[in-house]
Write a protein that binds this ligand. Structure first.
Ligand SMILES: [Fe+2]
Length: 154
């Protein structure tokens, strides 16, 4: 089946952003594990795999629509040695990605590609869940202090 170029472009951008996110969580996980924050590391590692799976799903959809999956990252992954700063960087990434997904869903619907829209909607739900988790962590750290928050992440 042939996809509309506008939809292929939106899917490609989403796939590249998913790969960026997967890499950013991979680096955050490695950094957190190295720092001894094993709980955060486990969470970041799971997120990295989740984002990779999203990229895989979008790659499959692109191929079905006659497109060529693009494995390049969309932007450089952002990393910090401070786990709380890493959470802030991840939140910024996820918020930007939610905007991107909402735009992609609109484009897909405008071109009558409801299955692509549905795929992006499912990814959007997961992305908003990440946003929610990240916001909660940052609020907690603010409330109880970074030191106490991090002492719960060992
Ligand atoms: Fe994702």
């Amino acid at each position: 089946m042939k996809g509309r170029p506008e939809v292929l472009a939106a899917l490609t951008e989403v796939m590249r952003a998913e790969l960026t996110a997967s890499n950013q969580y991979l680096l955050g996980g490695a950094q957190a594990r190295n720092g001894g924050f094993l709980k955060l590391a486990t969470k970041f590692e799971a997120e990295s795999k989740g984002e990779f799976e999203h990229a895989r799903q979008v790659a499959e959809r692109l191929l079905f629509l006659g497109g060529a999956p693009d494995g390049r990252l969309l932007t450089d992954p952002q990393q910090s040695e401070s786990p709380v700063e890493q959470l802030r960087l991840d939140l910024a990434l996820e918020v930007a990605h939610a905007d991107r997904l909402n735009s992609g869903i609109k484009v897909a619907r405008e071109h009558g590609d409801h299955a692509s829209a549905q795929l992006l909607e499912a990814i959007l739900v997961a992305t908003e869940a990440h946003v929610d988790w990240l916001e909660t962590q940052l609020e907690l750290a603010k409330k109880i202090g970074d030191g106490l928050y991090l002492s719960q992440q060992l």
